[in-house]
Design a protein around this ligand. Structure first.
Ligand code: PEP
Ligand code: MG
Length: 880
């Protein structure tokens, strides 16, 4: 130890794994403490420095040390508490003084590995408030030799004497549990002490590191001194080590006590966290058959605390990758109070007319601006809005309210909300989009009357925007350079705000708990767009760690960008094509700028959506030619034919409401039902093909008959036009297409795997469902087996295979997909340089082995852990 820096030697030999990649959210999210983990190559745990042993956990898998006032937790493996000590042989006891390098624990690695989720061993500093920064080594470390962690202490954090001051020594009779204990009567003496009833712990594994971490992070939200009482002993709930040292086991009774001004709230929150499957009120019988696993209880506990205080962590849908830390900017729409009583009718009517005219002018200007910026499709949205303002029913309804003596603002709001509600009640998906448009344009007029809540344009730089939802109007009003991240209650990965965020490279999460709107403005939060979470209540050290990670990620991105034009070739010479996905012709120049080697997926829907009539052949040809010319002569453009139906209606294509739209007439099925629309599109694609390299691809193919019928249309139109042949391929989005790939390969020139749909159909989980989102992981072995089958079926006939679903841009998935033999990865444009850089770090031979192991894995989480161990890198981007 020197100065205010503590150097901790690796307690075990192995490969360093960043905490964020540990397959347990409690460690990955640093709820237990900060540090690093080691994927062990040995079976002996050594003391990382001179220290005192605070506790050897009863299940013998974890040891807590006190090193000059800092608490250290060494936790062998994940979920190893459940082994009940089997396979572990501690070499020390609580109270022992140990020297750096001394053996603390031996374990039978094979036995433990066979039963535990993982052997990855977190090494943590749990007293995070006492440190400012922790630097972790990377790569391979040797136990007792290499420094694993360099811990920088906060000024004045070094205590006069160890151990940690928050605890009271145990009664002399107490066993080695004792550092944590204090007589309950002592805290009871304080006049403001609030206590819960006694609660029985039903989880057999008791209060080990994970539940203790959840309780500690809950307690840290409050000023009150919160303690957990078990018999005569008690522990400071803020301290994970203190709670662990209380040695609460399944069947024990505990209660929560707190003193201080927010004691009642603190007790309620900690009690709620405990009750979430880990405990029941002591009077209730403890269910035996249905005893929950502690793991389940803990992983979800923070999300259910929120009857009173807000949860520390909100989970929704990953909507746009990346993370950001910043102050919350809560944007509430319609926050303004509107007075009902108006002046005289004529004055109010004039005010409304003026507001309507101003809104029309705004819309006209917006439309011109977007058209000039090449965003013709978005301009159309506002043209449609302008038309709504002429709707006679809407204007009559507003006038009726005015005549009843109501103010202009009141009347207008009543009219447009009533009309939008009526439209929505018809339960027609096409009309519900109109309802959203009505509200959007209605608010625009209202803003003229009550003073626009244009706070959206005045977001403080670096803020995390928290909103119920963002409409097209909101997103154009947004000062995009100031927004660090977006969190919305409504929406899914495919909603407007999410698509916008992805295009701009802004991290975003959607489908979050409405209570995010209750966050106090300015609260510091971390938004993780890779996992769809929003967290607050982080300690300074935690926030610093996140900021450091973000800085690392930004540096890595900058390096990837600098090398964007180099090919993606593995260290052993295997080349993978990296292409971009396009959903707007205006973005086409960015493909080449970012090093994209083509467009693996042009989502042609953008040519068809948000308009009144189908685009004609000339208009479509112009759009595709624009993309072809931006790509230049060498890059291939794969145009996917219209993929609508299901949840994406078109006003000019009749689509009856369906019971199960996702399983109904969508994609190629709809195109074959309206062959003229398909023929027009095919002709436009073939015309554009004369200007460069173009291929046609059909979406949602399930049967050979569908593919052949669609391909026949291409052949007929090609013959009629006298055009040159183009490659014709299919998207693999159904299990049927994957399993039959060998047969499709006789007719198809190529395959592109749409993992977004392939995952939802394979797992039978809606890809946009906020609650299912954490499970909709395209890195599921079932999906990988289908990819494997597709690749082998295609390669047997010499056909190439791409992946164009979001999995292709998931850095955790890249080694697996390369190992499975995928030839092309087509990703959202901002991800092109990152994916290329990732490929350059890999060797094909290692990827093949990873893929082999992944196909045998149990679930996506196991594969993510496998990849992190074998190839490093972050936990990945989980959108199906
Ligand atoms: C997919 O399903 O993976 C895909 C790329 O298509 P989309 O996301 O447009 O449905
Ligand atoms: Mg799809």
């Amino acid at each position: 130890m020197s100065g205010d820096v503590l150097r901790l030697l690796a307690p075990i030999s192995g490969i360093v794994v960043p905490l964020a990649d540990v397959p347990d959210p409690v460690f990955a999210q640093r709820m237990t403490g900060d540090g690093a983990a080691i994927d062990p190559l040995g079976a002996e745990l050594l003391a990382p420095c001179d220290a005192t042993v605070v506790q050897v956990h009863r299940a013998k898998h974890a040891i807590t040390l006190n090193a000059d006032g800092l608490e250290l937790i060494l936790h062998v493996g994940i979920d190893t508490v459940a082994l009940g000590g089997e396979g572990f042989t501690p070499q020390v006891s609580a109270g022992d003084r140990v020297r750096a390098g001394q053996v603390l624990l031996r374990f039978d690695a094979d036995r433990v590995a066979a039963r535990a989720k993982s052997l990855v061993t977190p090494v943590l500093v749990s007293t995070m408030d006492a440190v400012t920064r922790i630097e972790a080594a990377a790569g391979r470390v040797t136990a007792g030799h290499d420094v694993l962690l360099t811990v920088f202490r906060a000024e004045g954090a070094r205590p006069a004497a160890a151990p940690a001051s928050s605890r009271v020594t145990a009664p002399a009779t107490a066993p080695a549990t004792a550092l944590a204990t204090a007589p309950a009567a002592e805290s009871a003496a304080a006049p403001t002490t609030v206590r819960s009833e006694w609660l029985s712990i039903v989880a057999e594994t008791g209060l080990h590191a994970r539940p203790a971490s959840v309780l500690a992070s809950t307690a840290r939200q409050f000023r009150a001194d919160v303690r957990l009482e078990r018999g005569d002993a008690s522990a400071n709930v803020r301290s994970v080590v203190s709670v662990m040292a209380l040695e609460v086991l399944g069947g024990d009774r505990v209660r929560v006590a707190a003193s201080g001004d927010d004691a009642a709230e603190a007790v309620a929150a900690v009690r709620a966290a405990l009750l979430h499957e880990l405990a029941v009120p002591a009077a209730e019988p403890v269910p035996s058959a249905a005893r929950p696993k502690a793991a389940t209880a803990i992983a979800e506990a923070p999300a259910v605390v929120g009857q009173g205080p807000l949860p520390l962590r909100f989970s929704g849908v990953a909507a746009s990758p990346g993370s950001a830390v910043g102050p919350v900017f809560v944007w509430r729409r319609d926050a303004a109070e509107i007075a009902r009583d108006g002046g005289d009718v004529a004055t109010e009517r004039r005010a409304l007319d003026a507001a309507l005219s101003a809104a029309r002018r705004d819309l006209g200007a917006l439309r011109e601006r977007l058209t000039a910026e090449g965003e013709g499709e978005r301009a159309e949205i506002f043209a449609a809005h302008a038309e709504l303002l002429e709707d006679p029913d809407l204007l009559d309804a507003a006038d009726a309210e005015l005549r009843a003596g109501n103010s202009a603002a009141w009347s207008w709001r009543a009219a447009f909300t009533a009309q939008a509600d009526r439209v929505l009640a018809l339960k027609n998906p096409l009309l519900s989009a109109r309802a959203a448009d009505l509200r959007d344009v209605g608010r625009r007029v209202l803003a003229q009357l009550v003073g626009r809540d244009d706070a959206l344009g005045a977001i403080p730089a670096g803020a995390v925007l928290v909103a119920e939802e963002l409409t097209p109007s909101d997103t154009v009003a947004l000062d995009r350079n100031r927004v660090a991240a977006i969190a919305t209650v409504m929406g899914s990965a495919t909603s407007h705000a999410s698509i916008l965020a992805r295009g701009l490279g802004i991290p975003a999460a959607a489908g979050l708990d409405p209570r995010i709107l209750e966050l106090t403005p300015g609260t510091r939060v971390v938004l993780d767009g890779d996992h769809g979470t929003l967290r607050h209540g982080l300690s300074a050290a935690e926030e610093q760690a996140v900021t450091a990670q973000l800085a690392d990620a930004a540096r890595a991105r900058a390096a990837a960008l600098a090398a964007a034009h180099d090919p993606a070739v593995t260290t052993d010479g295997h080349r993978v094509e990296i292409a971009g996905n396009l959903g707007d012709a205006a973005d086409a120049p960015r493909v080449a700028e970012l090093g994209g080697q083509g467009v693996g997926l042009l989502r042609s829907e953008f040519v068809f959506l948000e308009r009144r009539n189908a685009p004609d052949e000339a208009e479509q040809t112009a759009v595709y030619e624009r993309v072809v010319s931006a790509l230049g002569p060498e890059r291939l453009l794969v145009v996917r034919t219209l993929d609508v139906g299901g949840d994406k209606p078109l006003s000019y294509l009749p689509m009856p409401a369906e019971e199960n739209p996702m399983l109904g007439e969508r994609g190629i099925r709809l195109s074959l039902a309206h062959p003229e629309t398909l023929r027009t599109q095919v002709r436009a694609i073939l015309r554009a093909a004369s200007k460069g390299k173009v291929a046609v691809m059909f979406p949602m193919i399930a049967t050979l008959a569908e593919f052949r019928a669609a391909k026949r249309i291409v052949e007929e139109e090609r013959a009629a036009l006298g055009a040159a042949p183009v490659q014709v391929g299919l998207m693999v989005e159904t299990a049927a297409a994957a399993l039959m790939a060998d047969q499709f390969a006789k007719d198809a020139d190529f395959f592109s795997i749409g993992t977004n749909d392939l995952t939802q159909y394979t797992l039978a989980m809606d890809r946009g469902h906020p609650r299912l989102a954490p499970m909709v992981d395209a890195l599921h072995p079932a999906v990988l087996r289908l990819i494997d089958r597709t690749v082998s079926g295609a390669h047997a006939s010499g056909r190439w295979v791409g992946v164009c679903g979001a999995l292709a841009g998931d850095v955790a998935a890249v080694p697996v997909l390369v190992g499975l033999g995928v030839d092309e990865l087509s990703v959202d444009l901002p991800l092109i340089p990152t994916v290329k850089a990732r490929v350059r770090t890999l060797s094909l031979s290692a990827c093949r082995e990873t893929a082999r192991l992944a196909l045998e894995a149990e679930d996506g989480a196991a594969i993510r852990a496998l990849v992190a161990t074998r190839h490093g890198g972050p936990g990945g981007w989980r959108l199906g």
